[in-house]
Design a binder for this molecule. Structure first.
Ligand code: SF4
Length: 233
């Protein structure tokens, strides 16, 4: 089994260099994340573009907006725009009151545990979302795993997803922590390549192993050839 560094080089040669398709500033990421539902890069990007052009994304703009107009601006991002509008105003209010209008600056001086706890108080932010903000916001090189495809690394190394999402996520995180240098650049690169691979080829159902550049080194493929049971779904 080649080291993860080699697998990531192979994925990068195949998919190309990746860059985040979302705002990396912690506050702006929270806004972007609520611009789409169900949240996906495409849905959030649509809502974000609409919000930026119709209302603006700064806390004072969100707080001053009429809730119905805010919901209308969020409609291109998908379902429950009224609920997302309400949550966005809640986020903006908290950033104004607790962080002086600048979340990134307000998090400075906190321990990693305090930052994580503060981020998880925002709606729809659990550990995977907090990890993503910590890493891409340049706060800490945590071993973040793309929340929609933690199975990629686990399939490659173990051959199948574990029995539930939490265990699969933890195992992927353990592999990254053990094998990817603890720098912002290295861990961001790993995150983006695994995300791209999970979206393009290593889909949760029906992975396209026949087109995969790491198939020869993937335990999932080896297990299938030996007749191992299908992965847990
Ligand atoms: S060979 Fe299949 S299971 Fe393994 S990484 Fe590629 S797509 Fe995923």
């Amino acid at each position: 089994m080649p080291p993860l560094a080699q697998l990531l080089d192979t994925l990068e040669a195949f998919h190309g260099e990746q860059t985040p398709g979302w705002p990396v500033d912690p506050y702006l990421f929270l806004v972007w994340w609520h611009c789409g539902y169900p949240a996906s890069d495409a849905a959030c990007a649509k809502g974000w573009q609409s919000l930026q052009s119709r209302i603006g994304v700064e806390p004072d703009r969100l707080l001053a907006a009429n809730p119905a107009k805010l919901a209308l601006a969020l409609q291109p991002g998908g379902m429950v725009p009224e609920l997302r509008a309400m949550r966005l105003q809640g986020i903006a209010e908290r950033v104004q009151k607790e962080f002086g209008g600048d979340l990134r600056a307000g998090l400075n001086g906190m321990s990693l545990a305090q930052v994580r706890a503060a981020l998880k108080k925002f709606p729809n932010i659990a550990d995977p979302g907090a990890d993503r903000i910590l890493l891409f916001g340049g706060i800490s090189p945590v071993a973040a795993v793309p929340s929609n495809c933690p199975h990629v690394l686990v399939r490659i190394r173990i051959g199948r997803e574990l029995e539930n999402y939490g265990r699969t996520y933890s195992e992927a995180q353990r592999i990254i922590a053990a094998e990817v240098p603890a720098t912002l650049d290295a861990r961001s690169r790993a995150y983006l390549l695994l995300k791209q691979h999970g979206q393009q080829l290593c889909k949760r159902t029906n992975p396209k192993c026949g087109a995969c550049p790491v198939a020869a080194d993937c335990a999932f493929v080896a297990g299938k050839m030996r007749g191992r049971p299908a992965p847990v779904k």
